[in-house]
Design a protein around this ligand. Structure first.
Ligand code: GAP
Length: 514
């Protein structure tokens, strides 16, 4: 996996080959930016959602769950600001007739500058060997300083112009930076225009009276409109949170980057309701919790992810940061953490005429709570975990193996059980083991090909443990367990197998990893 482009292609083809992700309606040539999850993909996705759900609800007694509908009364979207302001700035190239997100063109430009800086650093590292002082080089090398400055300045100006909704300035910035159409190379740009991302649909059979609806573009509003229902029925008092996992839809213009940017995707969102004035303390608290959560999955700060304050503050927030992940195609947003103030509840109070307040027993006053939101796309997290896990590992002597080092708690299949050969009673013992293990874990049986090839198949599919039944098993009731990541093999009693695997997959062990 020599370069990032190749790595990304390898990720996409591996995801297809091993039944993780397929193009939607592929026999009809697919549908842009819409994907289906295959047998392994759906299981990995489910395990990711379970891990998040348990971490939110089981480990916080003041967080409860919700499953709101995708279709909502359209007044919801007027109140939330999505009808008026859920737009992307688009720009057409007059020669190629291709349409782009103006902000993404500038972000890609900034990323290309940073990549140039990285190349300089890599070259210098090679030249100076062990004596290389990277921090000093980055702060003194003229070319590196210039590339990083160009990236910073472009993003800063973009943020400023978007904040001021100055679309002419965004177009001028694209021209000034010399950005050309990625397809044709032309710099002949039309004006930047706003484009609403919501999918519209109709409710009702009679076209004259049918109600215009939208597919929800985020799950959060389902939480806000249910705020009082949930609070009253679950007897929660501030601070408390409501968590939800569900589909969201956006008519995205930039339809590339695999499952990273889709038109139909899933979000895991948690809205945490706090006292006004305390929101920034809670914002910091949730940033820390979410960072620790990613660390439990093996994500390394700076190497895999970083925190990034928003270039443009969303209209509803007084603090907003993204957790950005180092994807094979560049560093991009994985999760947003937002201090949403009382923007949403206040707007719903105004538009619905219903009070969205809680009672403060100390002051005797009723007030609208402030909200901290953590919002991560399941598909983006799936891609982050999958691409980090996929390795072409050098085994020496010109040998290598493809291995998908998924965190074992998330792996689709936990254990593969093999009889060494297909005779002499070994398959029967393997099946007995499966019958026992299947009550606790997703297991599979495989008796095709040599055991070495079966190991390689499971390595590539991401299965963390393989168990082999051999002739000695008959005498000593022991089997060989082989670990995917270390390839270590050890002999264990069949009777101890379940407890050993349960310990490896224990939620407590994973969720408390430093
Ligand atoms: N409720 C806040 C909200 O929706 P957002 O930053 O627009 O904020 C939150 O979206 C998360 O949803 C993002 O960080 C990303 O992980 C995911 N997401 C957004 N658009 C997406 C898309 N088109 N495809 C896949 N995931 C997406």
């Amino acid at each position: 996996m020599a370069n990032t482009d190749n790595k990304f292609k390898t990720v996409i083809s591996h995801a297809k080959e091993y039944g993780y992700v397929f193009s939607s309606s592929e026999i009809y040539d697919g549908l842009g930016a819409v994907y289906d999850y295959g047998p392994n993909g759906v299981q990995l996705k489910k395990n990711i959602k379970d891990y998040w759900w348990k971490s939110m609800l089981q480990l916080h007694q003041n967080i409860v769950g919700l499953d709101a509908s995708i279709l909502m009364n359209p007044k919801t979207w007027k109140a939330s600001g999505h009808i008026d302001a859920f737009n992307d700035p688009l720009i057409d190239n007059k020669d190629s007739k291709k349409r782009y997100r103006a902000d993404v063109l500038v972000e890609d430009y900034a990323e290309s500058r940073r990549q140039k800086a990285k190349k300089e650093i890599k070259r210098a590292k090679k030249r100076f060997g062990d004596d290389f002082d990277e921090a000093q080089f980055v702060s003194t090398n003229k070319r590196v300083i210039r590339y990083n400055q160009e990236a910073d300045e472009a993003l800063e100006r973009l943020g400023k112009y978007l904040e001021a909704e100055d679309l002419d300035a965004v177009k001028n910035l694209i021209i000034e930076l010399g950005i050309s159409c990625p397809v044709s190379g032309s710099k002949n740009w039309a004006d930047v225009k706003q484009f609403n991302l919501m999918f519209a649909t109709k409710l009702g059979a009679d076209s004259a009276s049918a109600l215009d609806l939208y597919l929800r573009p985020e799950t959060a509003q389902g939480i806000f409109v249910n705020f009082l229902n949930v609070q009253n029925t679950s007897r929660m008092s501030i601070p408390f949170g409501i968590a939800q996992i569900g589909k969201a839809f956006r008519n995205e213009i930039v339809a590339r980057q695999f499952v990273f940017r889709q038109r139909e995707f899933e979000q895991m969102e948690m809205q945490f309701f706090v006292k006004p004035g305390e929101e920034l303390k809670w914002f910091k608290h949730w940033k820390e919790i979410r960072e620790k959560w990613y660390n439990t999955l093996g994500f390394v700060h700076e190497e895999d992810y970083r925190f990034k304050p928003h270039d443009k503050m969303p209209h509803y927030a007084n603090a907003a940061e993204d957790i950005e992940f180092n994807y094979p195609f560049g560093i991009r947003e994985l999760e947003g953490i937002h201090s949403r103030t009382d923007y949403d509840l206040k707007a719903h109070e105004e538009f619905s005429g219903k009070k969205m307040r809680v009672h403060d027993a100390e002051t005797g006053e009723n007030y609208i709570p402030y909200v901290i939101e953590t919002s991560v796309g399941v598909d983006r997290l799936f891609l982050a975990i999958f691409s980090k896990a996929l390795e072409e590992e050098d085994l020496g002597d010109g040998k290598s193996r493809t291995v998908l080092k998924l965190p074992s708690i998330l792996a689709p299949t936990k254990v593969a059980v093999f009889p060494l050969v297909k005779r002499d009673g070994l398959p029967e013992i393997a099946k007995e083991i499966i019958e026992d293990l299947q009550w606790g874990f997703k297991v599979l049986y495989d008796d095709k090909d040599a055991v070495g090839r079966r190991y390689r198949r499971q390595d590539a599919a991401g299965t963390p443990f393989c168990v082999t039944v051999d002739y000695e098993t008959k005498d000593d009731q022991s089997v060989t367990i082989r670990y995917r990541d270390s390839m270590e093999q050890k002999r264990v009693k069949i009777a101890d197998l379940k407890a050993l695997i349960a310990e490896e997959l224990s939620f407590k062990n994973w969720a408390t990893k430093a």
